[in-house]
Ligand binder design. Structure first.
Ligand SMILES: NC(=O)c1ccc[n+]([C@@H]2O[C@H](COP(=O)([O-])OP(=O)(O)OC[C@H]3O[C@@H](n4cnc5c(N)ncnc54)[C@H](OP(=O)(O)O)[C@@H]3O)[C@@H](O)[C@H]2O)c1
Length: 324
């Protein structure tokens, strides 16, 4: 009788708090047609991982238990499936690994993925640094460039500039030639300036809208909302007439009315896998235009601790799980 190969992984069989996460043996995937099997070296941690664990996406995407969390991976190709060309066993790659069904993620020794989702890992980065990039940096790219059409000379507010998405957004907006205002707590101001922000606003001190409007009385061209709620609604007030609010959180009912008063536009982005953009990000990393800040690197077995830290809401940069 043929024995099913297994691998170590973090998984959960129900929605719930961090203690639903288990570490143990699960069946090892094999690559289907058009797929590659990646030997995972590092898995990036994103807020969506704990949101899925808590069941917050269950009405939005199909789920199938047991769920292995994790949508970011860096690793080495272990097997190449039928119909895949241009990549070989042993290639170092990274990917944004979202699939149509939430089931087999990257907190594991192996993950299989459509080859069209992967890109070469930036050679100058460690696997841990590379795994921090795909989801957050692609979100920043698609929000700023695809949705808001940010261009040189425009002014952009990046909320949560010290976070995963915000940190990449500040760097990408500067690379595109925009003037960047980042919002953050005072302890993160030096960090956000170091990423390239021209101005930093303390969202905890008084009204952040006044701080922005005193410098840009006509308002800014684009706001990237990575916070949601009241921050999103109030963001309409710092936009110039005809400006764009691009949000990556659920659009609020009040946001539309606030934007109408400014004749401004709303765009919502749910980041999509895009290997072409990932290759561009690889090139920016190699040209020294995009840096990665790791807040912590933890072993795979500490996934619960990684979720606790992410869920705390004050990550500076990214957190990554090492898979040996
Ligand atoms: N739709 C999509 O495709 C998509 C993609 C990626 C992420 N997201 C969502 O976007 C959000 C951000 O993601 P992320 O990966 O950047 O999270 P993250 O790395 O955990 O971001 C945390 C950051 O948020 C900052 N922050 C918290 N409250 C703030 C506020 N009121 N104003 C300004 N900054 C504030 C914190 O900075 P301080 O310590 O300075 O407060 C911290 O640096 C999450 O909810 C995530 O689920 C959506």
């Amino acid at each position: 009788m043929k024995r099913t190969a297994t691998m170590k992984a973090i998984y959960h069989e129900d929605f719930g708090p961090v203690d639903v996460l288990k570490y143990g043996d699960v069946p090892r995937p094999s690559p289907g047609k058009g797929e590659v099997l990646i030997r995972v070296r590092a898995a990036g941690v994103n807020p969506v991982d704990w949101k899925i664990r808590e069941g917050l996406l269950k009405t939005r995407m199909p789920h199938q238990f047991p769920i292995i969390p994790g949508w970011d991976v860096a690793g080495v190709i272990a097997e190449v499936g039928a119909g895949v060309s241009g990549v070989r066993k042993g290639d170092a790659v990274y990917a944004y690994a979202r699939k149509p069904v939430i089931k087999d993620g990257c907190y594991a020794e192996f993950v299989s993925l459509p080859a069209r989702q992967i890109a070469p890992k930036p050679p100058s980065l460690s696997f841990e640094e590379a795994a921090a990039i795909p989801l957050a940096a692609l979100t920043a790219w698609q929000a700023l460039f695809d949705a808001a059409g940010l261009g040189p000379g425009q002014v952009v507010v990046v909320h949560a500039a010290a976070g995963g998405v915000g940190g990449f957004a500040v760097q990408l907006a500067k690379w595109r030639g925009a003037e960047v205002i980042g919002t953050a707590r005072p302890e993160n101001h030096e960090y956000v300036r170091d990423l390239g922000a021209d101005h930093v606003v303390d969202y905890t001190a008084g009204d952040w809208r006044d701080q922005i409007l005193s410098r840009f009385p006509r308002g800014v061209d684009v706001v990237l909302d990575a916070v949601g709620g009241e921050t999103q609604v109030c963001s309409a007030e710092v936009l110039r007439r005809g400006g764009t609010l691009v949000t990556i959180l659920a659009p609020q009912a009040e946001t539309d009315a606030a934007l109408r008063r400014r004749r401004a536009k709303l765009a919502y982005v749910f980041v999509a896998p895009n290997a072409t953009q990932l290759r561009k990000l690889t090139a920016l990393v190699e040209r020294g235009r995009l840096r990665v800040h790791l807040a912590a690197t933890l072993p795979l077995t500490d996934a619960a601790e990684a979720h606790r830290r992410s869920q705390g809401g004050h990550m500076r940069g990214k957190i990554v799980l090492q898979v040996r």
